[in-house]
Design a binder for this molecule. Sequence first.
Ligand SMILES: [Zn+2]
Ligand SMILES: [Zn+2]
Length: 256
Amino acid sequence: MVDLHNHSLYSYDSKREMEDIIVEAISKDVGILGISDHLDFNSNDPGNMFYKGEEQLEEFLYLKKKYSNKIKLFLGIESSYEEDYEKKIISSFKKFPFDYRIVSLHFVDGVVISDWIVEIEKDKGSIFEVDYEKYFSQLESIVDFKIFNILGHIDYYKKYSKFQNHQETFKRYKNSYERILKKVVKYGIILEINSSGLRHKCKEQFPSLEILKLYKDLGGKVVSTGSDSHKSGETVFGFDKVKRIVKDFKFEVYKP
Ligand SMILES: [Zn+2]
Ligand SMILES: [Zn+2]
């Protein structure tokens, strides 16, 4: 098993020691483990400028050596992206020797997605009345940034949506998905299968099977697998399902 999406106390929203994640992963027979903490520069974000890369790197290198005969360890990063702080992201990417870089949509219009979704869905009686267009233009601008390996949880809006029938959103925005995924394939970016959705009320991994099928049809061959763990017990959560999906679609799993 390969789990490249785990948060430690170097993320503002996790209290977990890196060693704790590693020990859990070994106990669950994970062969390749990656730590990918948050990198944020949006001043409205509680994680703004929280990341302490030098400290983490030193600790990571010590742990990598300590557990070298038990598991393969990689240090990645999960960066949010907005055009305003593109230069800051690039400078962090140059500063630290990350083995891989995930970029994810956490903001739309400068607003954290959990608030943005609630705002656009309030007073709406069905999913058909909601205009998600800005989500897709933000997503496309991330893909156009290009300087990263993995596109994180592409249909993340499901996590905070009050609606359940997200396949309707897929049908309505299929052209947007198609345009974005064509670029993903063309730029050599890898799509992430993130199992954390299975822990949330949407009860489905990110992305949905419809999106994965489209990715495959457009020439996507490789996926990255991650649990987006923030707490003990969450590493490789739901990976039985993830493994099944990978097998069914005959995807290759990315290894740094
Ligand atoms: Zn994320
Ligand atoms: Zn994450």
